[in-house]
Write a protein that binds this ligand. Structure first.
Ligand SMILES: O=C(O)c1cccc(C(=O)CC[C@H]2O[C@@H](n3cnc4c(=O)[nH]cnc43)[C@H](O)[C@@H]2O)c1
Length: 226
């Protein structure tokens, strides 16, 4: 079964923008996509600002039907294992807000706007189903975006308590998602897990394995959107 991005648009061809943060992620995505021609893959750089600026610039000049933020990420322990894949049901800017004596206050609580972007349920289901058929271990849930990689058990526990439905953290998702949302284009974040969210231990990051999972995940996309 395919996900029909064309259904309301009377179009024959779709176009998908995939935004990564570094070139190793882009190369993995391109290897997975193979010959598929209707995907454009960009490297935006690390962090939300670069991700949002690059995505917005591209969307201003080219018409897309879907935007995907793809890359590696940290997985919350017990939610998403190293080597597995996560597909976002919601993309959340986890550190956008204010500290207070009573705890963190989100933009929503401050009445200053929204710090999350919802992902279409059917889109998630189609990607998950196709990924499972391909033998990938996939979790769906909220993907957090943070400007600082979590490096202590305390921060990991605080995030897990604030966002019980979170499965992973990365540094670009919300930037990409907000740029897509402002253009009315659906968005999803797809991340392969390279490390646990928790005490910093860069030696334990399994980047090669995560890039291999990202390649396998990208290989299902032509089937999902054919
Ligand atoms: O050194 C390499 O070969 C290499 C290859 C691919 C990617 C990298 C990165 O360092 C990517 C940075 C990118 O990773 C995301 N990320 C991964 N784990 C976490 C995490 O625990 N918390 C937050 N972000 C994470 C992040 O989106 C960065 O943009 C290196």
């Amino acid at each position: 079964m395919t996900y029909d991005l064309k259904k309301d648009q009377n179009k024959l061809k779709i176009r998908v923008l995939i935004v990564t943060s570094v070139s190793a992620e882009k190369e993995a995505v391109l290897r997975g996509l193979g010959e598929a021609t209707y995907f454009d893959v960009l490297v935006a750089g690390v962090g939300q600002a670069a991700a949002a600026a690059t995505t917005a610039k591209e969307l201003a000049t080219t018409t897309y039907d879907l935007v995907i933020n793809a890359g590696i990420a940290g997985g919350f322990v017990g939610k998403a294992d190293v080597g597995s894949l996560v597909v976002s049901s919601e993309v959340i800017a986890a550190d956008l807000g204010a500290e207070s004596q009573e705890g963190f206050l989100s933009l929503e609580e401050l009445n200053l706007g929204s710090s999350s972007v919802q992902v279409d349920d059917n889109l998630v289901t189609h990607i998950v189903n196709e990924g499972k058929k391909a033998g990938l271990s996939i979790t769906t849930g909220a993907t957090l975006t943070l400007s600082t990689v979590t490096g202590t058990a305390q921060t990991a526990a605080e995030l897990a308590a604030r966002f019980p439905h979170a499965v992973s953290e990365g540094m670009e998702g919300f930037g990409v998602a907000e740029a897509a949302k402002q253009q009315g284009i659906p968005v999803v974040e797809i991340r392969s897990i390279s490390n646990k969210v928790g005490p910093r231990d860069r030696e334990s990051w399994r980047i090669k394995e995560a890039l291999a999972t990202l390649e396998r995940a990208s290989a299902i996309l032509p089937e999902v959107f054919k």
